[in-house]
Design a binder for this molecule. Structure first.
Ligand SMILES: [Fe+2]
Length: 421
């Protein structure tokens, strides 16, 4: 079943209480409850999919559902149980090789483009793996002496937020699988894009120039890439209240948007030519009618809905065509903190024109978890906000998502920025 409810900003699902003094029993109970909820959400998202659906890998960047279910489990086994549960024996010694994603410090791993060839373990065996690790993690939370709980809960929280990221990827990746099927099956026939523009989403919000603090500034959980909070110079800018719509995009196409190299970055135009792009990802022309591929299958392109499955290259070209630009991430964050924007969270991720770079003074996590974010800080662009597929409570105003500029299988859209007159 798809997530039809927007994911508002809010506290992360896992408890992040600063631990002082003895660990109280209710903190253990709350942690176990948060763990159960996140683990159950993964299975809920996998439930509509057959074993055949779950095994397929439709491109190197998209992973099979079964792999996501196993990899998120390995993460807890590798980073929580192995170092912290005395005498823990891995469920299956072969799984570390199969389900390690990119953690070089954690050991060798299977080739990413070949994840779809792992027909064994079966989906049922992965379910057993999940159940085993679930039980062990719950025992760990329940049994660990208070003086070791701070580190346990810290890793637990990273693991839960990691699994939530994969929950979104499960949907983007299965949509890519279904798009390869001529019938474009529905993941959830009842799915609908959350209504954006319910309140006044037209026009632009002015951001006054000044030195602003951006980055994570509260006590709740954040990833290392959101820190440290720091000052940034933000010039005068106005940021669109709403997201660019399919209707806007149809005008761009009608005006030769995909045929005019002067609108495109050099790499972007090369991609348009190489990939034969003429419209956003998953758009299909059937009997002279335009359809968009969605989690509900093919649906007529609705001009009122925000445009989805556009790459950074396309977002940048559209902005140039419109005589505007994409907001830098600091501009986006300052505008979003001002609460006057529509569809900030829970609709579509929004491309910014900012390269994904470390903030001044950035410190990665220690050990293998330091590979989580920091080593990807090149050749990627930042996206802000969250999408309808982002688990509830996972995103926040300082959250930095990132993808290569050609990626468009994620739930990505854009809002424009302009220089005030
Ligand atoms: Fe991962």
């Amino acid at each position: 079943m798809a997530q039809t409810a927007p994911a508002p900003p809010g506290p992360p699902s896992a408890p992040v209480a600063p631990l002082e003094g003895d660990i109280r029993q209710d903190l253990r109970s709350t942690s176990i409850q948060a763990f159960r909820e996140v683990r159950a959400e993964t299975e809920r998202r996998a439930a509509p999919l057959s074993a055949e659906d779950q095994a397929v890998q439709s491109m190197p960047d998209a992973s099979p559902t079964k792999w996501h279910r196993a990899h998120t489990t390995w993460f807890f086994e590798q980073f929580l149980l192995a170092p912290h549960r005395d005498g823990y024996t891995p469920f299956d010694a072969r799984f570390a090789f199969l389900f390690n994603s990119y953690y070089v410090a954690a050991g060798p791993r299977h080739a990413r483009p070949k994840r779809g060839l792992i027909t064994r373990p079966t989906s049922q065996e992965v379910a057993a793996y999940r159940a085993h690790v679930d039980a062990e993690v719950e025992k760990l939370i329940g049994d660990t002496p208070a003086d070791r709980m701070r580190e346990i809960l810290r890793i637990l929280e990273i693991g839960l937020n990691h699994e939530q990221q994969h929950q979104e990827l499960m949907l983007t990746d299965i949509l890519h699988v279904f798009a390869e099927n001529p019938d474009f099956p529905a993941y959830d026939p009842a799915w609908r894009m959350p209504h954006a523009g319910a309140r006044n989403a037209s026009g632009f919000v002015d951001v006054a120039e000044g030195i602003r603090t951006i980055g994570h500034q509260t006590k709740g959980f954040c990833f290392d890439n959101e820190q440290p909070a720091h000052r940034a110079l933000v010039g005068r800018v106005s940021v669109a209240r709403g997201l660019v719509t399919n209707g806007d995009w149809l005008e761009f196409i009608a005006d030769g948007g995909y045929e005019r190299p002067e609108l495109w970055l050099s790499d972007g135009w090369a991609t348009v030519v190489a990939e034969g792009w003429t419209a956003p990802g998953y758009w299909r022309c059937v009997d002279d009618r335009l359809f968009a591929g969605t989690l509900a299958g093919l649906a007529p392109v609705d001009p009122a809905l925000p445009v989805c499955h556009v790459s950074y290259y396309e977002a940048d070209a559209f902005a140039r065509w419109a005589g505007k630009h994409l907001p830098a991430e600091a501009e986006w964050e300052v505008a979003a903190r001002g609460s006057e924007l529509d569809a900030v969270f829970g609709t579509l991720w929004q491309w910014t024109r900012s390269a994904y770079l470390p903030y001044p003074g950035y410190q990665p996590e220690t050990g293998a978890l330091g590979e989580y974010n920091g080593k990807f800080m090149v050749n990627q662009m930042v996206l802000r906000g969250s999408s309808f597929a982002t688990p509830r409570g996972h995103a926040r105003v300082s959250y930095r998502n990132f993808f290569p500029p050609s990626a468009r299988w994620q739930f990505t859209g854009l809002r424009l920025a302009d220089f005030p007159a």
